[in-house]
Design a protein around this ligand. Structure first.
Ligand code: PHE
Ligand code: NA
Length: 499
């Protein structure tokens, strides 16, 4: 058994954690969520969700990883052998997310290339859905592999592979230290250009104008709390894994606050960048911002490309900046989600990093190549809906219930506070034991009921069964199965052991 790897510095850890948290979600999901859920009001509710659920869980996960020094399954098994199942549940969630998340990165990479000639500007809708996706009529019409996506896909996997293969400090920490500052710089440049364009104010108003009537709208609250887990990379093993590489004396709460606020600040910047430019497009077309603001993938790959073309002379440069930003944000998240699974397998099988990395990224890469078909967007949409709303939300719910109610939470609290400047006090215990379980339970069950009542997005039932409910069953049953397998080296399970 080797000594567990460690981050090179505190800042290195925080940058890597920020690299995981700041992802595609911040750039294309967040701005639209704000605009769609009461503007400035959503932002307030989101801050509330951050304080009552996001930060407390981040502290909890940093505490668990730091104290038990293992990936999620090992850490949970050390807390209580019966908890190991939840660790594997979260790892399987990671696997499914990695397989589709990399597709979006591949689209972004190909858009960096197409920005050179603004090839997407003439007919952005058709360019994306037709040329890039080759979108078919439904989830079962595969329509063949989109060969032009193979190069970016392989590139994304090679970068991920090399980074993880190289190790925590020399690989993950180093690439985050390079990509994250550049990423912030690129978004700042786009935001500055955006707010100096005519019409940008209308875009920003559209995004931020508070609609006070929505303050007590439960949809706004579920949207805000729903965004929190995926946004911060919590409740799916990543932050437990990253904090297991922290040195003995570490300021847990300080690191958690830094990670959360940096992620949130980045979202704000991205929102300003995106909506100021959309405002400009609306202005130059003489229409209202509402008319041009599309949703979800459409925002990043259809609406925004159209908007970039209206900037004028420097348009290709800003296209490159935007899609490179999307690529960098995605890559550091993809690395983290694979590291979570690889670390878990290294622990369980007592195998070295290099071997596990080759096998695991190989399997995940092949799976992602196989779904890069004309039905890729449908598959992605369904798997994303089920992993996020059930895999992550119920996994997070179980986590706070088990650790908060069936474990000595105070012992963890003492551990967290031993080297932290800001103390995790009774506010923290209250959020973990009451607030988060109530909110996660409520939103999870509400989504479950609506999914049972009506098929998600009107997809055919067979597709939802195969790509949604079955995925969920694999997460639950597979997690259980993996937890029954023997540990290659039982020594790992002993608390306080030097690993
Ligand atoms: N936090 C990431 C985001 O906002 C989500 C994510 C993390 C996705 C890790 C995949 C892997 O996009
Ligand atoms: Na995020």
């Amino acid at each position: 058994m080797e000594q567990r790897e460690q981050w090179g510095s505190r800042i290195g850890f925080v940058i890597a954690a920020v690299g995981s948290a700041v992802g595609l979600g911040n750039i294309w999901r967040f701005p639209y969520m704000v605009a769609d859920n009461g503007g400035g009001i959503f932002f307030l509710v989101y801050l509330f969700a951050l304080l009552t659920a996001g930060i407390p869980i981040m502290i909890l996960e940093f505490g668990i990883g730091h104290k038990y020094r293992g990936g999620a399954p090992l850490s949970f098994a050390k807390m209580n052998r019966k908890f190991e199942w939840l660790g594997w549940w979260q790892i399987i969630v990671c696997f499914f997310i990695a397989v589709y998340y990399v597709l979006v990165i591949a689209w972004a990479m190909s858009y960096v290339y197409h920005s050179l000639s603004l090839g997407y500007a003439d007919d952005p809708q058709n360019f994306f859905f037709g040329n890039v996706l080759g979108l078919t009529g439904g989830p079962f019409e595969l329509g063949g592999i989109q060969t032009q996506l193979l190069i970016p896909l392989v590139l994304a996997w090679v970068i991920t592979f090399l980074t993880i293969y190289t190790g925590v400090k020399a690989g993950i920490e180093r690439i985050a230290k390079v990509l994250i500052p550049i990423l912030f710089l690129m978004i700042v440049i786009i935001a500055v250009r955006g707010i100096t364009l005519p019409g940008s104010a209308a875009g920003l108003n559209f995004m931020f104008e508070p609609d006070f009537s929505r303050l007590f709208d439960f949809k706004v609250w579920t949207a805000a709390y729903g965004q929190i887990f995926f946004d911060l990379s919590i409740a799916f093993a990543i932050m437990i894994t990253y904090s297991s590489y922290l040195p003995k004396k570490s300021d847990i709460t300080g690191n958690a606050f830094a990670t959360c606020f940096t992620n949130c600040g980045f979202s704000l910047l991205a929102g300003i960048a995106v909506f100021s430019i959309l405002g400009h497009m609306a202005h130059s077309q003489g229409v209202a911002v509402k008319e041009v603001a599309g949703a979800g993938v459409g925002l990043a790959f259809v609406t925004f490309p159209a908007a970039i073309a209206t900037i004028g002379g420097m348009a290709p440069l800003f296209g490159i900046l935007f899609f490179l930003a999307l690529t960098f944000a995605g890559l550091t998240s993809l690395i983290s989600i694979n590291e979570a699974a690889i670390a878990a397998l290294m622990d369980k099988l007592d195998m070295n990093r290099q071997k596990v990395t080759i096998i695991y990224t190989g399997v995940a890469a092949i799976c992602s190549l196989l779904i890069a078909t004309g039905a890729g967007l449908y598959i992605l949409d369904i798997v994303d809906h089920f992993t996020n709303n059930f895999g992550i939300v119920f996994g997070g719910l179980l986590q706070v219930l088990l650790v908060g109610w069936f474990f000595n939470l105070n012992s963890l609290q003492d551990h967290i506070n031993s080297a932290s400047q800001i103390k995790a006090g009774s506010w923290w215990v209250f959020c973990i034991k009451f607030v988060t379980p109530l909110v996660a339970g409520y939103t999870g069950i509400m989504t479950l009921i609506s999914d049972i009542k009506a098929p998600y997005e009107g997809y055919p039932q067979e597709a939802l069964l195969l790509m949604g409910w079955l995925v969920l069953a694999v997460i639950i049953a597979g997690g259980f199965l993996l937890s029954t397998l023997k540990w290659k080296n039982e020594q790992y399970l002993i608390e306080g052991v030097k690993n």
